[in-house]
Design a protein around this ligand. Structure first.
Ligand code: NDP
Length: 325
C-alpha cells in the first residue's frame, strides 16, 4: 500500500489535471457507471462532524472510502477544517492499494468540480469573479476558476475584513494581473459579477437572489449538510439549478430540501446533473441572461477518481512511501 502525504497530493494533482479527472468522474456518475451510497454524517462532539463517503467506479476499476472530519474550530488553530483519509482499493482482488491525506484531496476535487460546472455553464466571455468566503476553498476555487475562464477582476467578500484582506494578498501574489477588491459587503461584491462562488462556513443564507445580475453563473459550495444553507429561496427560484448528483441533493442540500418540503419547488426544478450536461443528455445554459447555479455537495466518485489518479502517478514518479503490510 502506498501512503501519500498532503504535499504528495498537491504535486500529483494540479488543478488543471483535477478538472479533467473530476469531469470524467461526473460524466460517469450521470451515466450510472458508479455505485454511490449516500454519504453518512456522524456527530463527532460539539460542532464537529465526521463524513463517511464510500463509492465504486467501473472506469477506472476501483472502489474506496473517504473518512473526513469536519472541525470548524481548526481554522483558528491554523489547520484545515477538513481532516481525513482516503483509502483506495483495486478491483481485481479488492486489495487496499493506497491511503492518502483526504484534506487536500477534498479541497482540490471540490474546486475542480466547480470549475467543470463553470466551464459548462458560465458565459465564455466571463471575466469578473466574486468569491464569497476567504478560506481554503476560496484559495482552491481561485486557481480552478482561473484555469477555465479568463478572469481579470476578483472581488472578495468574507465575514471579516482581516481574512478578506489576507486572501486578497494571496490572490495578488499568485495572479499579479488581477484587479482585486476586498471587504465584507457581499451585495456589492456580486453586483454585475459574471461568476460567483460561495465558499463560506455560514449555516444561514448569506446571498440573496435579488442581488444577482442576469447572466451570472454561481457555484454554491459551502453548505454540505441539510441543516445549512448559503442562499435564500429567491436565489433558487430565479436560477436554473444544476447539481452533482440528484439523489444526494434531495437528501442533503439544505435549501433544496427545505423548499421541496414547503412545496415552493418540485424535484423538476433541478435542471440536470453536471454529468448529464457533459454527456449531452441535458442542455446547460440556453441564453446569456439566464442565471445558472451549480449546487455542489461533493460526491465520492470525485474523490475516488482523484485518488486513483494520484495512485497511478505515485507509481510512475516514485512519490509516497510503501507501508510495510
Ligand atoms: P474555511 O473555514 O477555511 O473558510 C470558511 C470561510 O467562510 C472563511 O473565510 C469565513 O470568513 C467565511 N464565512 C463564514 N461565515 C461567513 C459569513 N456569514 N459571511 C461571509 N463569509 C463567511 O472553510 P473551507 O474553505 O475549508 O470550507 C468552506 C465551506 O465549504 C465549509 O462549510 C465546508 O464544509 C464546505 N465544503 C464543501 C464541499 C463540497 O463538496 N461542497 C467540500 C469541502 C468543503 P472569516 O475567515 O472572515 O471568518
Amino acid at each position: 500500500m502506498i501512503v501519500l502525504s498532503h504535499q504528495d497530493i498537491i504535486e500529483l494533482l494540479p488543478p488543471r489535471t483535477a478538472i479533467d479527472v473530476v469531469a470524467d468522474a461526473m460524466a460517469a456518475t450521470s451515466r450510472g457507471d458508479v455505485e454511490l451510497p449516500l454519504r453518512s454524517i456522524m456527530d463527532a462532539g460539539g460542532p464537529n462532524k465526521m463524513g463517511i463517503m464510500p463509492g465504486m467506479m467501473r472506469t477506472p476499476p476501483c472502489h474506496g472510502i473517504k473518512l473526513v472530519s469536519l472541525f470548524p474550530g481548526n481554522v483558528a488553530a491554523g489547520l484545515s477544517s477538513h481532516q481525513g483519509a482516503m483509502v483506495l482499493f483495486e478491483s481485481v482482488n479488492g486489495t487496499a492499494v493506497a491511503m492518502m491525506d483526504g484534506g487536500p484531496l477534498t479541497a482540490l476535487r471540490t474546486a475542480a468540480a466547480s470549475a467543470v460546472a463553470t466551464r459548462s455553464l458560465s458565459r465564455p466571455d466571463s471575466t469578473v469573479l466574486a468569491m464569497i468566503g476567504a478560506g481554503e476553498q476560496a484559495r482552491n476555487h481561485l486557481h480552478a476558476i482561473c484555469v477555465v475562464r479568463n478572469i481579470s477582476e476578483l472581488r472578495i467578500a468574507s465575514r471579516t475584513e482581516a481574512s478578506a484582506s489576507a486572501f486578497a494578498e494571496y490572490a495578488r501574489r499568485h495572479y499579479p494581473h488581477l484587479t482585486i477588491d476586498f471587504g465584507t459587503d457581499i451585495k456589492n461584491a456580486v453586483a454585475g459579477a459574471d461568476i460567483v462562488c460561495t465558499v463560506t462556513s455560514s449555516p444561514v443564507p448569506i446571498l440573496k437572489g435579488e442581488w444577482i445580475s442576469p447572466g451570472t453563473h454561481l457555484n454554491i459550495v459551502g453548505a454540505s449538510i441539510p441543516s445549512r444553507r448559503e442562499i435564500d429561496d429567491e436565489m433558487v427560484l430565479r436560477s436554473s439549478v444544476f447539481v452533482d448528483f440528484r439523489r444526494s441533493t434531495f437528501a442533503q442540500a439544505g435549501e433544496i430540501v427545505d423548499m421541496i418540503e414547503a412545496k415552493r419547488i418540485g424535484e423538476q426544478h433541478i435542471r440536470a446533473e453536471i454529468g448529464e450536461v457533459l454527456n449531452g443528455t441535458r442542455t446547460g445554459r440556453t441564453d446569456n441572461s439566464q442565471v445558472t447555479l451549480y449546487r455542489s455537495l461533493g460526491i465520492a466518485s470525485q474523490d475516488i477518481a482523484c485518488a486513483y489518479h494520484c495512485w497511478e502517478q505515485a507509481k510512475v514518479t516514485g512519490r509516497g512511501v510503501n507501508a510495510p503490510l
